[in-house]
Design a protein around this ligand. Structure first.
Ligand code: SAM
Length: 264
């Protein structure tokens, strides 16, 4: 897979693509470029506020591994706020874009090309926090892959470290509690993100850009309580779940859940 690949390839039966290894060919160069032209980093920053920085500071975290760097949004936010950041991702196209985005904002990213399932093969250090944000964990299609990735995150954390991992509210989608036409958080007005097909082991999202350019992502619809259970089962002692950056999410259906898992 070239890092300059322009088109996605889901083969003849896109609904059968439920494979963890497929993510690098979903984030093709053209999708990555398009995404970043349209997602306004300032608007995203104001939507999230200081939520992640406050959680990190509350736990005394200074040294952070951004395990799902993507185009670099959180890595750059954290560098700006004075955190020490290492930026990892399994997609070379994403890492290249992140490095460029950071450079344009006068930061040099410390990047590591690493798949979560074998993270500690490439990351040889300990961190106060690992972050895995922007609905990234959903790219793992097997229960085993999810346990393996979480165990790798756990192993690279210091004894009192934390993992911050977010996910879309797939329960609401699977249980049909939101309109299928609902537009999703951080996609901005220019991008329409809609669940084109959903069953218990596939959420295929369609991303439509101005000019009718269309891309897809095939993801696993993670149920909130399943993720909380996995986090406990790999060894995290306490898991706190927030909805859309707030601890009290009971009265409305949030788009996102954010889990903060503590190692001790
Ligand atoms: N965190 C970024 C954000 O919020 O904008 C990027 C989110 S993007 C939806 C998901 C990222 O996870 C992609 O950059 C993808 O390459 C990465 N990713 C998915 N599966 C991975 C894996 N198994 N190992 C490492 N990175 C992976």
């Amino acid at each position: 897979m070239s890092i300059h690949a322009q088109s996605q390839d889901f083969g003849e039966n896109p609904l059968e693509v439920r494979d963890t290894d497929h993510y690098t060919s979903e984030y093709v160069h053209s999708f990555v470029e398009r995404w970043d032209q349209l997602i306004d980093w300032d608007a995203r920053a104001s939507g999230e506020g200081n939520f992640f920085m406050e959680v990190l500071r509350e736990h005394g975290a200074r040294k952070v591994l951004d395990a799902a760097t993507g185009t670099g949004f959180h890595s750059v936010q954290l560098l700006r706020a004075g955190f020490e950041v290492t930026s990892a991702d399994g997609s070379p196209a994403m890492l290249a874009k992140a490095f460029e985005n950071a450079r344009q904002r006068s930061h040099i990213l410390r990047t590591v090309h690493a798949d979560w399932r074998w993270l500690n093969r490439d990351v040889h250090d300990y961190y106060d926090a690992v972050i895995c944000l922007g609905n990234s964990f959903t790219h793992l299609h097997d229960d085993n892959d999810r346990r393996k990735a979480l165990a790798e995150f756990y192993a690279t954390l210091r004894h009192d470290g934390i993992l911050i991992l977010d996910q879309r509210n797939y329960d609401a989608i699977l249980d049909r509690r939101v309109e299928p036409t609902h537009n999703y958080y951080y996609c901005g007005d220019n991008v329409r993100a809609t669940p084109e097909y959903v069953d218990e082991s596939l959420a295929r999202f369609r991303y439509e850009f101005p000019g009718k350019e269309v891309f897809h992502l095939n993801m696993f619809p993670l149920r909130k309580n399943y993720v909380r259970r996995l986090l406990r089962e790999v060894g995290f002692q306490k898991v706190t779940t927030y909805g859309d950056f707030q601890e009290t999410y009971h009265d409305k259906e949030p788009d996102f859940f954010i889990h903060v898992a503590e190692k001790s």
